[in-house]
Design a binder for this molecule. Structure first.
Ligand code: BES
Ligand code: MN
Ligand code: ZN
Length: 500
């Protein structure tokens, strides 16, 4: 899909379909008023006979006089009072979803020309791309007949109409950001939607290597089990012992910063299938544990975006990848393992495996002398209970970092909500036999999981994103969401100081 900014006069705008917004109560947007003039009052007359009061209501009209466009799509925006970025995104998605089934292969969107108090031209352009790609995304990699759900006339171009040249550079910047974010999200979704028998730790490693092949600025190295053993990653390896698939520690380095600049390190949980191990999970819905590598997928996607946006910082992505299955050699409740840090862990529940693979990757991150470290993980069901499916859970050992992540999430509509990482919770991890247990009892499961990780992140600024509730939607139409790729990239853009 091509994205372009157009600031030509509305009557001369060549497109298969010109999308024009209408507020509730037949109130015209800027573009609607202009189109009404050009068509000698046709729009206004038509609206008398239509109800487009709700956001996403649509009416298609052919052969409008006075306009070069082949079709006009009138698009309801709801009440003007309520109009903002959220409605804008919803409206764009509705138009694009409709046009999937229409012969138009090119559309021109006029909504970004409408005053939108809470969003800049950059953000409107960015969000147009993101909403479009979201509406067009399909996962058919495992369907034998890929033509079945495919559009007969796929969209190939979106023109974003802006009445003035002035904001064009800003909007171009937004298009580039939107494109990179949407592509990173699609990549993360593709990886996460793949089943566990295809998307194994080795598959993730291959995809990371392929990413390194595509981008000169990204170097990829895969640590094999033998190297992990040599290093002493006893926690990570103990999880992998329950599976016949070899574990991998994926290390991706993006270099865009000045020499000597400290890197941002992203650590993503790459658990390609979580059956729970000997502490086996119940059957219903267990298939969704193929999504337990979503954090890792978001890190791989984020690195791609760094390269595509040529961010002037260094970013290292680490993805510890393993399965968690109940083999005869698997961890057993009560087993004690020694982590890379030297700290010993009593594995009271083999289903709390995410923290076991993450803790060794976090200790490993020390060697990069990071500016800061963020880990991203589908870590606890408790996070879904606490925050549902809207907010990413956030815990951090430094408030400034937490605040930056909260702000980045708000900026790009991929919000996080902070939970406390107070000292008082730490004692829930006490073990009579080892330095700590891997679970902290019934209460505050998301916090005690973060407490566990905090014992391996004392040497740097660190934040933890629990994405158990946000990485995918459950049920019949289960699907990866691509979150928190937008949050990560917005954070990195801000870090690079080049949002505008
Ligand atoms: N991958 C799961 C967390 C999870 C569960 C994410 C459901 C999304 C939906 C994780 O490995 C896990 O099993 N966590 C346990 C921890 C418990 C044993 C302390 C959980 O949340 O039940
Ligand atoms: Mn688990
Ligand atoms: Zn898990």
């Amino acid at each position: 899909m091509d994205y372009e900014i157009k600031s030509t006069a509305l009557d001369g705008l060549r497109t298969d379909c010109l999308v024009i917004g209408i507020y509730a109560g037949r109130e015209l947007t800027l573009a609607a008023a202009r189109a009404d003039e050009l068509t000698q009052g046709l729009i206004g007359k038509l609206l008398q006979k239509l109800d487009l009061d709700k956001c996403g209501d649509l009416h298609l009209l052919l052969d409008a006089p006075g306009l070069a466009a082949e079709r006009i799509l009138l698009l309801g925006l709801g009440p003007r009072k309520a109009y903002g970025p959220q409605i804008y995104r919803k409206a764009v998605a509705a138009a694009v979803a409709f046009l999937r089934k229409d012969p138009s292969t090119d559309l021109a969107l006029t909504l970004a020309a409408e005053p939108c108090e809470k969003a800049s031209p950059r953000e409107l352009a960015r969000d147009a791309v993101m909403a479009t790609e979201e509406a067009l995304y399909r996962f058919d990699a495992c369907k034998s007949d890929k033509t079945k759900d495919a559009p007969k006339h796929p969209l190939t171009r979106l023109q974003l109409w802006l009445p003035s040249r002035e904001v064009e550079p800003e909007a171009q910047n937004g298009l580039a950001q939107g494109r990179a974010i949407a592509r990173a999200m699609a990549m993360a979704k593709d990886l996460a939607n793949l089943p566990g028998n295809i998307c194994t730790p080795s598959y993730l490693a291959e995809q990371a290597l392929a990413l390194g092949q595509r981008h000169e600025a990204i170097q990829v190295e895969i640590l094999e089990e033998a190297q992990m053993r040599e290093l002493g990653m006893g926690a990570l390896l103990s999880v992998a012992r329950g599976s016949r698939q070899p574990a991998k520690l994926i290390q991706m380095t993006y270099r865009g910063g000045r020499p000597g600049q400290k890197p941002v390190v992203l650590v993503g949980k790459g658990l390609t299938f979580d059956a729970g191990g000997i502490s086996l999970k119940p059957g219903p819905g267990m298939d969704e544990m193929k999504y337990d590598m979503s954090g890792g997928a978001s890190v791989i996607g984020a690195l791609q975006a760094c390269a595509e946006l040529a961010l002037p910082i260094d970013v290292i992505g680490l993805v510890p990848a393993s399965e968690n299955l109940p083999d005869g050699d698997a961890n057993k409740p009560g087993d004690i393992v020694t982590s890379l840090s030297g700290k010993t862990i009593e594995v009271l529940n083999t289903d709390a495996e995410g923290r076991l693979i993450l803790c060794d990757a976090l200790t490993y991150a020390e060697r990069f002398e990071p500016e800061l470290v963020i880990d991203i993980a589908t870590l606890t069901g408790a996070c879904v209970v606490a925050l549902g499916h809207h907010a990413n859970g956030l815990l951090a050992n430094q408030q400034e970092l937490a605040d930056s992540l909260l702000a980045a999430g708000r900026e790009i509509n991929d919000r996080a909500w902070q939970l406390p990482l107070w000292e008082e919770y730490q004692k829930q991890l006490d073990s009579p036999f080892a330095d700590m247990a891997n679970i902290g009892g019934k209460s505050a499961g998301t916090i005690t999981a973060a407490c566990f990780l905090s014992r391996f992140t004392e040497k740097f600024k660190w934040a933890h994103l629990d994405i158990a509730g946000t990485a995918w939607v459950s049920g019949k139409d289960k699907a990866a969401t691509g979150r928190p790729v937008p949050l990560l990239i917005q954070f990195l853009l801000n870090q690079a100081g080049r949002t505008e």
